[in-house]
Design a protein around this ligand. Sequence first.
Ligand code: GLN
Length: 486
Amino acid sequence: MSIAELREQLKLGNISARELVDQKLSRIKQVDGKLNAFLEVTSERARKDAKRIDDARAAGDPLPPLAGIPIAIKDNLCTKGIKTTCSSRMLEHFVPPYESTVTEKLWQSGAVLLGKTNLDEFAMGSSTETSAFGATSNPWNTTRVPGGSSGGSAAAVAAGECIAALGSDTGGSIRQPASFCGVVGLKPTYGLVSRWGLVAFASSLDQVGPFTNSVADTAEILQVIAGSDPRDSTSLKVTVPSFTDSLGKSVAGLRIGLIKECFDQKGLSSEVKNSVLAAADLLESLGAELVEVSCPRFNDGIATYYVIAPSEASANLARYDGVKYGYRTQQSGSLEAMTTKSRTEGFGSEVKRRILIGTYALSAGYVDAYYKKAQKVRTLIRQDFENAFTKADILLTPTAPTTAFKVGSHSEDPVSMYLSDLLTIPANLAGLPAISLPCGFDQSGLPVGLQLIANVLKESSLLQVAHQYEKAADVMTNKPKSQFIP
Ligand code: GLN
């Protein structure tokens, strides 16, 4: 059932919030041993939240829009009084004294916290394998990764362990796992959603967004979490439109731009390519006009990102010094020795790699050659998009070059792992909203993701096109069941 249907059933009293929570808790019990999507399940809190909703309904009080909807939260979003670990030894015992703005908004809208989900350590990765607390598996085939870094949230939604989840997307961490797990994932326009209480990775790129089973549900969650926040200085001061209003509008007359550079990638699987091109054809049959556009620097995104993101990360992660909060070594000597040992023991190797790259790129002798150069290329990439949007309303690409890869297959080679974000990173560099939604399956039964990218603050048209495609394609009706966890 969609969020709108559940809202109706709860209102009519055909289902209670408590029943919904219990259903999800038993599903977690049934499958999470295999998936490891959750780092912590907050059963007691969920039952308490649900009771409040059921009591309010019994008393005849009006119910807020997400009343009783069980939601899972990526474990890099601060939840007051509930551990927020970023899947790192560094924050293994960190209990935030405050609530992030996005989660606060969810609870105020009646949503129920089910638990915190697994991620790559500090959201650095594309497979959820760098978590200090064990990897997450893909529900479609447990020998495959769920994608990353928000792999726990994507897997939890795909496996029916929750109705929706939040993730964060710095270079693709919502869209790529959504694509690998066959769910919908949205990265909003930079600044539309508050980052306050999101543990910072790369502040100029990070954005929070939803995972759901449908585009309409994504619109519902975005409606609640979007909006300006005085506690986040990068938050945009804009009035939030109604995202559900435009969903029903036809795509007739809209120009859909296929980014040329994305389709002649060496690493692009032919099955992915064919599925995505078939999706474009379907949009054309619905009345959209297909145009080819060029973003000549699109493929430079990855090199640009892997200078800018680690640079910002190295600055953001300097706060973990073993003093204020976070892990502190047992073997403290001098202040310097204590800091060094705490960081050596607290961070995993991917995080250390990023800190080293970032510190190098920002160091006095190299800042012009690397960091400043990367910033210039970032501007060029944004200009390419601006040009493309004079010819098209929405851009279309695959979300990832392949379907979910095998556990361990990229772990020894960081660059091959980085390449899986080739198609998602440019939208982060340009601050654009982008969505991934299922558009088919490969021969082994794994979902393929279609990415749609819109101009700044054009979420309504993005969701409209995605919804119209989803309705016409009806991808999940013919889903292969063979390997999906029962
Ligand atoms: N996979 C990318 C990285 O490791 C993106 C991660 C993200 O979006 N958080 O940096």
